[in-house]
Design a protein around this ligand. Sequence first.
Ligand code: FAD
Length: 455
Amino acid sequence: MRTKVITLIGGGLAGCLLAMFLARRRFPVRVFERLPDMRKHRIPAGRSINLSLSTRGIHALKEVGLYRNIEKHLVAMPGRMIHDRDGKLLYQPYGRDESAVHYSVERAALNKILLDGAEAAGAELFFGEKCEGLDFENRHLLLRREDDDNQRILPFDTLIGTDGAGSAVRQAMIVQKGIDCRDEHLPHGYKELAIPPGPEGAFRLEKNALHIWPRGGFMLIALPNRDGSFTATLFLPHSGLESFRTLSDEGAILHFLETEFPDVLPLMSDPVHDFLNHPTGTLGTIRCFPWHVGDQALILGDAAHAVVPFHGQGMNCAFEDCVVLDRLLDEHDNFESLYRNFEAQRKPNAEAIADMALENYIEMRDSVRDPKFHLRKHIEWLLEERHPARFIPRYAMVMFHRIPYAVAKERGDVQAGIIERLSESINRVDDVDLDLADRLVTESLQPLAAMPSRS
Ligand code: FAD
């Protein structure tokens, strides 16, 4: 295997991290990235200026020794701050203690550190090189430079598509190999609005929180940046009464923002301008299979399983893909079996996080407003305290542990049934029937002893 050159398409978050893992194992690695080198050129951030980095992603970055370089770019978010229409605030910690924390990180800063890491590990990076197609039979790759009219043909030994949600590699697999693919568009899109820092870089909202303005059918969120600014993202239906389609002129936009988000509007520099000029992003889930073509190609990260962003796991899951592929390299001596085993292990987990991310949208935009939601959270913490080996809230299993997503989903469903039963006729956590709670937990949940946990 070591004599084969591994070609990666896409030098984004997953592509660079994977290049590092592979180059560290002394594979010759080359990466073709469509965009110019972002370390030398200013590139618009495109989608999501900042991201939530949690335990799975942190573990992956530690594995390649990059976490220390990234730490200084992080802002801790140990809880959510819920803003209602009257400006009333409710802070909800994510867990019982400070270990339940995830971090806001600027996408560009993270990608630059990963590019440096990939290069330092020995990967060859080629920028401004767009993959326009593949010929699997002949193992040829079609590339075009932005400033060039001619398509070039390049041979490859084996190739991994880390080219994101709109993957050209996946598209070639669909067309030439007939892989099954569903692209489930969400009826909601998103738009980013800037909240600049206050005087001398002051944070004008609580710094250490993920802010949410839940409004039922839509929501605004904001994540902190190190410079005191916040990046706010409005998630709204594409069409309908209150939607990106109907909010098309200055007056309507201003009225909407004033009515729905009065407390944060004065903190934004020019929200109406941002609204009219920033692109409206689309969101969706990619469910495709298989993810490989013989020993020739594999897709990984968003290229294989893009998910909606409401659990903050797309990047974290893509990073976990890289860790799993690296570990499988210890057990396989050919690319075909490596790729086959990788997809067998990751597909059920990708499906699980795709489903949980969709469910979490309802939680963020709606359920967090329900007083019963808070009661259920407190009961979860109570059960976690009484049965730490058996009961871990589903949100924590996904965000603060490395328990496989499929296991988190399965146990989460069982736990939801227990919580429903314990909370149905009470309004205070002190009224939980503890005997019943202990019985339900011990009868229906096996201990999680051997599961990988916090990083
Ligand atoms: P990408 O990051 O998309 O990288 C793909 C790379 O391939 C890019 O550099 C691109 O330029 C390049 N490329 C594309 N096509 C070609 C081509 N034809 N030829 C050559 N190069 C090509 N995830 C989280 O974990 N936490 C979050 O908080 C979070 N928030 C999000 C918020 C929003 C609004 C969105 C849209 C996503 C969010 N995500 C989040 C998901 C996260 O952005 C993705 O899961 C992650 O970027 C996937 O990494 P990737 O490397 O697979 O793809």
